[in-house]
Design a protein around this ligand. Structure first.
Ligand code: AMP
Length: 421
């Protein structure tokens, strides 16, 4: 029987880890620079949380969730995103009792049963950033700045920031009505999916990628004209902050995002050249969600960025992460007595905090040297019968192949500077 990784999943092999480590470390640093604290929520939650939180008519809830009955016949779902779980934690753990706003971030896997393609997986990873307890547009700006700074920190350029306002429960229904009346005369010109959206989730008519639908959506009435005073003022102030910052962004009237919970600000970041799945980041304000999942009415905003897509973009732009650390020393030995001495030496080196590799397979010295070279070790400490007898170790520096004999008692000290004597 040959087992295979499930479709849409993949292994992150050792040689890929440098990217992952670099991106997650840079992300943490930026989040902490802005004063965001880490939170971790469960990988699975009660299904009803996502149905309610993400929205019954969204693609995610309708067809992408990994839902199962646990052994107590309770319906559980692998998290398709983080926001609902964080809002549940905020309400359940009474995080609203802490000084507000609360700035949080988390990094981890999410799961969606999507059609896999480049940049789209069934198990993928997100960095997720949320601010709970503030409705000031300066917070919307701050959250966008965190995203910007993460991309800057990993060296990505050439991104496009797309911003829109999606209104609120006071003004969005009116806009949806306007949109539906406009589309009513044009149903013959749109695709089958869009006709379904017309009935179920009309805002999604605006982000259909098919050519005819897209051309029509360009002509459709814009939400900007339907915003209530509160939403209009909020969006106006956010834009004035964005303009002051002098970072390029675009107001995209057709961007509505795939979740029901967004209110007011929505934004995405697009990268060129990584294929059809070009969104590296998506987010927005969700002033009603915490109330909806049982907490006090609390305004909030956040974004999630796909780590796979950040890495794809880095590769596309030729950005290489720093190397993962290599062993400082490699311990080689010849003979049974020497092996015992080598095991002890390796133990002593590691206790002293020196990265140490060895091959305990009783191979020839040549084979051990080859392995040390392959691992990129800085030097090889050789112990043979003579060394054991004389109480010394032969230290071979790999960079220039020079060798020195060092008393056994001094060898840890001698290599602890990271350099061979
Ligand atoms: P969303 O939660 O749908 O707003 O997505 C936020 C970000 O997560 C997107 O911009 C992508 O970078 C990433 N993302 C979403 N779905 C997937 C997926 N199936 N595979 C890889 N990355 C994804």
């Amino acid at each position: 029987m040959n087992y295979r990784a499930p479709r849409g999943t993949y292994d992150i092999l050792p040689e890929d880890q440098a990217y992952w480590r670099f991106v997650t470390e840079q992300t943490r640093q930026v989040c902490e620079l802005y004063g965001y604290e880490q939170i971790d929520v469960p990988v699975f939650e009660q299904t009803a949380l996502f149905e309610r939180g993400v929205g019954e008519t969204t693609d995610i809830v309708e067809k992408e969730m990994y839902t199962f009955l646990d052994r107590s016949d309770e319906s559980m779902t692998l998290r398709p995103e983080f926001t609902a779980g964080i809002c549940r934690a905020y309400a359940e753990r009474k995080l609203h009792g802490r000084p507000q706003p609360l700035r949080l971030y988390t990094i981890g896997p999410a799961f969606r049963y999507e059609r896999p393609q480049a940049g789209r997986y069934r198990q993928f990873h997100q960095v997720d950033v949320e601010v709970l307890g503030s409705q000031d547009p300066a917070i919307d700006l701050e959250v966008m700045q965190v995203a910007w700074q993460i991309y800057e920190a990993v060296g990505i350029k050439g991104l496009s920031f797309q911003v829109n306002s999606t209104g609120c429960p006071a003004c969005r229904p009116g806009y949806i009505q306007t949109l539906k009346s406009w589309y009513e005369q044009r149903l013959d010109g749109i695709c089958g999916d869009c006709r379904r959206r017309y009935g179920q989730n009309p805002l999604r008519l605006l982000d259909c990628k098919k050519e005819a639908c897209s051309a029509m959506a360009d002509e459709a009435p814009r939400i900007a004209k339907s915003l209530c005073n509160d939403c209009d003022d909020h969006f106006g102030r956010l834009r004035s902050y964005l303009d002051a910052l002098d970072r390029p962004y675009e107001v995209n009237h057709r961007m509505v995002r795939g979740f029901d919970y967004y209110t007011k600000t929505v934004f995405e970041v697009w990268a060129e050249g990584i294929g059809a799945q070009n969104a590296v980041c998506g987010g927005g304000r969700y002033d009603g969600l915490i109330g909806m999942v049982g907490g006090p009415e609390t305004p909030a905003i956040g974004f999630a960025s796909g780590i796979e897509r950040i890495i794809l973009t880095m590769k596309q732009e030729g950005i290489e992460p720093p190397d993962t650390p290599k062993p400082s020393v490699f311990v080689a030995y010849l003979g049974a007595e020497a092996k015992k001495a080598a095991v002890l030496l390796a133990q002593e080196l590691r206790t002293a905090g020196i990265r140490t590799a060895a091959l305990w397979e009783d191979r020839s010295l040549k084979a051990q040297m080859k392995q040390a070279d392959r691992l990129g070790a800085g030097c090889v400490l050789i112990i043979g019968e003579d060394e054991v007898k004389d109480g010394v170790v032969t230290v071979r520096r790999m960079a220039d192949s020079t060798q020195a004999t060092v008393p056994r008692a001094d060898v840890v000290e001698a290599v602890s500077g990271g350099d061979a004597p």
